[in-house]
Design a binder for this molecule. Structure first.
Ligand code: GLV
Ligand code: GLV
Length: 320
């Protein structure tokens, strides 16, 4: 009997896919840093039993309809707004993401971005490299303190709690808003649950970690930015579309808020001409939340294991 066929939509290190090797014929898109074109993905899906996908691939009804053999989709991300999970379920396709393995690394990056935005780290480094350092000044590149300030975390899942643990170490006052309350965070971390508006009004750092859904699309809009302190810094490490970028741009140029640290954008990648990338008070990163080598490799292994389990008729480790 033919082995099942698994298509991987980026070139990944083969040793990370070892759990699948014996079981399936694996083919990969040849490029590491460029997405697999849609027509190639649609073509491969026709005969695929499993797909190992990236957040830049759209797994929608159109694709699913053309994939009669498909049993498993493993997405190399915790977020899965790129997958029509409902359509997949109807067709009996098991979808998996990579929670947990990336929690601490993503929290590290979130806190790094918060510190960088507050203390103008990237701006300061660029400033030296551009040859501007001709003398010391008392307010030269002065930023804002982080310690003992108020952090407001919107989306208190595992990553939110891991960010809160870091904030606790900085002596911060921790507020959070979430669909449901999280007693664990309240007891262990002293995090206080507030309404969304109350959090916006009180936080010095508003940190967005909520998944992108119909309800959270453009959650951060003009009205939300207007409720923030003028000194507030907005940090987004979830998905760009949770933010209305025009409204964010407006809030920044009108000094309604002080700055932003953005790891994600509504349409990625962005160019240096993107209005937000041109603002000095924006620290922009290319969607690297979970991008430590160890974590990305763990995510790859988890995706491969999930597909192997499903193709062997066993429950996946992290089904969505
Ligand atoms: C990255 O954005 C992820 O969802 O893992
Ligand atoms: C969300 O923050 C998660 O860890 O799933």
């Amino acid at each position: 009997m033919d082995k099942p066929f698994v298509y991987v939509t980026r070139r990944l290190p083969e040793e990370q896919l070892s759990s699948l090797k014996e079981l399936a014929d694996i083919e990969m898109w040849e490029k590491e840093d460029e997405p697999c074109p849609r027509d190639v993905l649609l073509e491969k899906a026709k005969t695929a039993d499993g797909l190992l996908t990236m957040l830049s691939d759209r797994i929608d009804a159109e694709l699913l309809q053309r994939a009669p053999r498909l049993q498993a989709v493993a997405n190399l991300a915790v977020g899965f707004d790129n997958i029509d999970v409902e359509a997949a379920k109807k067709q009996g396709v098991i979808c998996c993401n990579t929670p947990d393995v990336l929690t601490e690394s993503t929290a590290d990056l979130t806190f790094a971005l918060l510190l960088a935005a507050a203390r103008r780290i990237i701006e300061a480094s660029d400033w030296i490299k551009q040859g501007n350092w001709t003398g010391w000044g008392p307010l030269l590149l002065a930023g804002a303190d982080v310690h003992h300030k108020t952090i407001g975390i919107v989306g208190m899942g595992s990553i939110g709690r891991a960010v809160a643990r870091r904030a606790k170490g900085f002596g911060m006052n921790i507020l959070y808003h979430n669909r449901s309350r999280n007693p664990e965070a309240e007891i262990e971390l002293g995090a206080a649950y507030t309404s969304f508006d109350e959090l916006l009004g009180q936080a010095d750092f508003v940190v967005c970690l909520t998944p992108l859904t119909e309800e959270t699309k453009h959650l951060f809009n003009r009205s939300a930015f207007q409720k923030m302190k003028q000194s507030a810094v907005f940090i987004n490490v979830s998905r760009g579309q949770v933010v209305d970028e025009q409204d964010l741009y407006h809030a920044l140029v009108e000094n309604e808020i002080a700055g932003a640290g953005l790891d994600v954008f509504a349409e990625e990648p962005i160019s240096k001409e993107h209005p937000l990338a041109k603002l000095p008070q924006v620290t922009a990163l290319p969607h690297i939340g979970s991008a430590s080598r160890e974590t990305r490799e763990a995510m790859m292994r988890l995706c491969a294991e999930n597909i192997a389990l499903v193709l062997s008729g066993k429950p996946a480790k992290t089904e969505i």
